[in-house]
Ligand binder design. Structure first.
Ligand SMILES: C[S@@+](CC[C@H](N)C(=O)[O-])C[C@H]1O[C@@H](n2cnc3c(N)ncnc32)[C@H](O)[C@@H]1O
Length: 308
């Protein structure tokens, strides 16, 4: 991997055979288009490079059209150094969201860093399903297990201001990120540090109307983990088959659900039938799955009914 000085020098000289000389401006500095071509020649995805360049220029990520309209503008020296450093980190596999310090989830701008999993668009499926389940429940008590950045809890609280939303994580680092997001967004979610449902017994004595969770679900040794090495291992890995945490949550959730309460879980692309079987074996009814944006069953859940 070249260092950032090398990256800047090569970008500025129009190296890599990119035809960058046609982009030279009057002052012989680096033009925006030239900087993007330099990044592409380093293997960066075009969209990532555009977003990182906008960030280096202090402009929002949605202004890609502005970049196209200004491709012969000179790249200021300070921004060039920032862009070079961001490109290096991206080339080393850091998620764009960590480099920007922000990720949008369900319309909410969340601050994220390496203490938390980057919220994924697929998890919005779980939030939408939860909102459907809650649509006829007034002032529902809701619990988000393994809240990370606070994504699910905050999205539910934003969509349902009347809900009482609790959120749990085992990681004090993750909770610090989640609490800061809640405070910045003015959303009154209650956070606490706990090992899944241990300690949740007294939080809502009548039980939760819905428990939602996106727990770790990748098997130890799964080759996909290499691409996720910058995200916290504690947010990803769950025993030899990826189901250790899901088994525990399914086993313990009924003691914390109201009569008719829902348990909704996100899981891996090949785990839907196993998770539905766990739910049915535990005594949940209306057990079903929901597809993610790619049409793959990635969330499963069921209703807990009991005579109290
Ligand atoms: C896959 S991440 C989900 C983060 C967030 N809910 C989201 O969807 O972006 C799983 C989260 O579960 C937390 N976690 C892992 N083991 C836990 C445990 N035993 N008890 C509570 N939380 C746990 C991790 O710290 C991590 O924040």
């Amino acid at each position: 991997m070249a260092d950032s000085a090398d990256f800047q020098a090569q970008s500025a000289s129009g190296a890599h055979g990119t035809g960058a000389s046609s982009y030279e401006n009057n002052s012989n500095g680096v033009m925006l288009a030239q900087a993007l071509r330099g990044a592409a020649s380093r293997g960066l995805d075009r969209l990532d490079a555009q977003i990182l360049l906008l960030h280096a220029l202090g402009r929002p990520a949605h202004e890609r059209a502005w970049l196209l309209a200004h491709d012969t503008d000179p790249l200021p020296e300070g921004a060039a150094a920032t862009f070079a450093a961001l490109c290096q980190r991206r080339a080393a596999g850091e998620p764009v969201a960590y480099l920007l310090g922000e990720k949008e989830f369900h319309g909410l701008p969340l601050t994220v860093d390496a203490r938390v999993l980057v919220p994924r668009p697929d998890t919005e499926t779980l939030v939408d399903w939860a909102l459907q389940c809650l649509k006829d429940v007034a002032a529902p008590a809701v619990l988000d297990l393994g809240t990370g950045s606070g994504a699910i809890a905050l999205a539910l609280q934003q969509a349902r201001p009347d809900a009482q939303v609790d959120a749990v994580d085992a990681s004090a680092d993750a909770l610090a990120v989640a609490r800061a997001n809640a405070e910045r967004l003015g959303l009154p979610v209650r956070f606490r540090q706990a090992d899944w449902l241990d300690g949740a017994g007294t939080a809502r004595p009548d039980g939760y109307a819905l428990i939602a969770t996106n727990p770790p679900y990748i098997a130890e040794g799964d080759p996909h983990l290499a691409a996720l090495r910058h995200e916290p291992a504690g947010a990803l890995v769950s025993g030899p088959d990826g189901l250790r945490d899901i088994r525990r949550i399914v086993a313990d959730a009924p003691a914390h659900l109201a009569h008719g309460g829902w348990l909704l879980l996100e899981h891996g692309h090949d785990q839907a039938s196993a998770v539905r079987a766990l739910l049915a074996d535990r005594g949940f009814t209306e057990v079903q799955s929901r597809d993610d944006l790619a049409g793959i069953a990635r969330c499963s859940g069921g209703v807990w009914r009991t005579v109290k």
